[in-house]
Design a protein around this ligand. Structure first.
Ligand SMILES: [Zn+2]
Length: 339
């Protein structure tokens, strides 16, 4: 067990779902922040039982009770394992039961296989499997594991996640429903909520300007190459995406500015526009995709101007559960670097 994982589990056990009060785009939860260990191959919790530090009989009791209550967990095929302080498991025919301060839940085998690749990011289960859009999901302390047809790889899907490990398919993808809106190009499906957001900001005396929306693959080629020439490879890595790896190419993202300058600059965070967006964008289905100190997960520096449409339902859940990145929300690996 790595130090990072141990610390995370301890934090999970102590904190439960508590975290800093913030919108989905702000800051980060120290308990959920990745460490270097996030990027290493995770050690599957069931394979690493440790000597129980105390007598956590309550976890055993929770597992036993759950075994009796679940409709179809399958028969137990192993003994209760104490994985760390506050976490125990028992393998069953149809998955593994995990018990923690959040309760005891059955993690089915297909969900568990995905979860074991990201457990450092999202902690342990807090719900049973439930229907989700056109697939299934299970909630974990700091995110979800979603089993969906197409696995969110199709850029037509609203829940598509594009990052340094998940390029667009095909690489030169272009959405079919692009429209012009306030001087930029976005998908028609996000226009109504984008407009509602800008109107709401204006009604509260805050000017929002749309700066950059959909970008073609070819345009990203020129942007990326230009960035490399002016800023060097290191800065380019955390500030600009390779062609085919940019969220702008999905048509679900755009950059905003205000009337106080600092366009696409770090000082934008101190403007009225940034503060308004941070507090209210989620109400319209947007989140600030590259949050403060989330670079080890998202792969990018803080970009308080970069908004990603995820839909009002997902945005509200991100805020309610204090999940700050799409990688965590959808139970996907951290993507600090290209493969
Ligand atoms: Zn952007």
């Amino acid at each position: 067990m790595t130090l990072g994982r141990r610390a995370a589990l301890r934090a999970l056990a102590v904190l439960g779902a508590a975290g800093p009060v913030a919108a989905c785009q702000t800051g980060g939860d120290p308990a959920a922040s990745p460490t270097a260990s996030t990027r290493s191959t995770p050690t599957p919790p069931p394979a690493t039982p440790t000597t129980p530090p105390g007598p956590p009989t309550s976890l055993e009791a929770m597992i036993e009770a759950r075994l009796g209550a679940l409709p179809d967990p399958g028969a137990p095929v192993g003994d209760v394992k104490h994985l760390s302080e506050g976490l125990a498991s028992r393998a069953c025919a149809n998955g593994t039961l995990y018990a923690s301060s959040q309760g005891a839940f059955l993690v089915p085998a297909d969900v568990e296989a995905r979860w074991l690749t990201v457990h450092n990011l999202i902690g342990y289960p807090t719900s049973e499997v439930e229907p989700w859009v056109d697939g299934r999901r299970q909630r974990f302390w700091g995110g979800n594991v979603i089993i969906a047809p197409g696995d969110q790889a199709a850029p037509l899907r609203l829940d598509v996640v594009v990052n340094k490990l998940r390029p667009l398919v095909p690489l030169d993808y272009s959405p079919p429903d692009l429209v012009q809106w306030r001087g930029i190009t976005i998908r028609d499906s996000i226009r109504a909520d984008a407009e509602a957001m800008f109107v709401a900001a204006a009604s509260q005396g805050v000017t929002l300007l749309a700066v950059s929306g959909f970008r073609t693959y070819a345009y990203q080629v020129s942007l990326f190459e230009g960035y490399q020439q002016t800023s060097g490879p290191e800065q380019t890595l955390i500030r600009s995406a390779r062609p085919g790896y940019s969220e702008h190419q999905t048509g679900f993202a755009f950059d905003v500015a205000g009337d106080q300058g600092c366009v696409l600059s770090a000082c934008f965070a101190e403007t009225n526009a940034a503060r308004w967006v941070e507090a209210h964008a989620f109400e319209f289905g947007f989140c600030v995709r590259y949050g403060l100190e989330q670079g080890a997960i998202t792969g990018y520096d803080y970009e308080p101007w970069h908004l990603r449409y995820v839909g009002r339902e997902v945005a509200a859940e991100m805020v309610a559960r204090k999940i700050y990145t799409l990688e965590q929300f959808y139970g996907l690996p951290a993507a600090p670097n290209y493969a």
